[in-house]
Design a protein around this ligand. Structure first.
Ligand code: HSE
Length: 307
């Protein structure tokens, strides 16, 4: 058993278009760092970042609370949070803190939990931020690579992404609502046309095949979502133009990153990623919106960096 441990967990992009709540991909754009220190009793949160410090409202706090209870551990835990991932922009910020916490807690108390249990516990922390539990971001952040989340019972499948996969993420400089994921989940249609579910299913299958066959053209071409993206795109200024520009500049597929408002373009290492990134910036500029662009690649999952 350890008295102190630090774990970092990567950002992630969820959905990849048609895989709403099912697909996640860990990305090396940003990382969160969590340090757990064993204490006599209680849960406390220390941070210099703008995140809730009440354990019930914080993904890491909720994970520790749930794990202490589940494993009947009487110790207290101090949680130090160092955010590297911007919150509320669709890059799995809350999930990364939860993922790092689960791994740190597992190691600290020598639990040796299996992958699905780790993801399930990290997902329980997501409730603090999204209002509901979804596992796509946490699964990617815990395990790394590309993940497929099957539920009831939870069963996460991990696929190692092709080595030449690259992404360009454009992060608009706009004000996002406090509970953004909750807000952007509220606009999703309650009923959908049968034909639309068939279209999304075929594209989701294309994405999985693209990852398995390491066929980036198939992967990119399958990033087409006729259900969630049309319902959410009004929340992102200049979305249509950013997408059109990125595709024209050579991106293989473009969609909203998670619940947005960041937009992600998929490409390969030999493409002109700077050209795609400047095309996306121009798209946002056409809607009078500034953005930051980040070029990144798939990441490994949460890893211990100090103990
Ligand atoms: N699948 C989730 C959503 C991801 O799109 O609402 C949120 O990060």
């Amino acid at each position: 058993m350890l008295s102190k441990i630090t774990v970092k967990a990567p950002a992630s992009t969820a959905n990849l278009g048609p895989g709403f709540d099912v697909f996640g991909l860990a990305i090396d754009a940003f990382f969160d760092e969590i340090t757990l220190t064993k204490k006599k009793n209680g849960i406390s949160i220390i941070t210099n970042d703008d995140v809730p410090t009440n354990p019930d409202d914080n993904t890491a706090g909720l994970v520790v609370k749930n794990m202490l209870k589940k494993f009947k551990i009487k110790d207290g835990v101090e949680i130090k949070i160092k955010k590297g991932i911007p919150s509320g922009f669709g890059m799995g910020s809350s999930a990364a803190s939860a993922a790092a916490t689960v791994i740190a807690f597992d190691k600290m108390f020598g639990l040796r939990l299996d992958r699905n249990t780790l993801v399930e516990l990290a997902g329980s922390g997501e409730k603090a931020s999204a209002g509901t539990i979804h596992y796509d971001n946490v699964a990617a952040s815990v395990l790394g690579g590309f993940v497929i989340v099957r539920t009831n019972p939870l069963n996460v499948i991990k696929i190692q992404p092709p080595l030449n996969l690259r992404m360009c993420i454009a992060v608009p400089e706009i004000q996002v609502p406090k509970k953004k994921t909750k807000v952007s989940r509220a606009v999703i249609p309650k009923k959908i046309r049968f034909i639309d579910s068939v279209t999304n299913l075929s594209n989701a299958a294309g994405i999985v095949a693209g990852f398995m066959k390491k066929d980036l053209n198939l992967l990119g071409d399958s990033i087409k979502d006729v259900i969630v993206e049309p319902a959410r795109q009004h929340m992102i200024p200049g979305f249509a133009k950013v997408k059109e520009n990125a595709l024209r500049a050579g991106a293989l597929g473009v969609t909203i990153s998670g619940a947005g408002p960041s937009i992600i373009a998929f490409s390969n290492s030999s493409a002109d990623l700077m050209k795609i990134s400047s095309a996306m910036s121009k798209g946002f500029a056409s809607a009078n919106t500034k953005c930051k662009t980040i070029i990144c690649k798939p990441s490994n999952g949460a890893t211990v960096i100090r103990k």
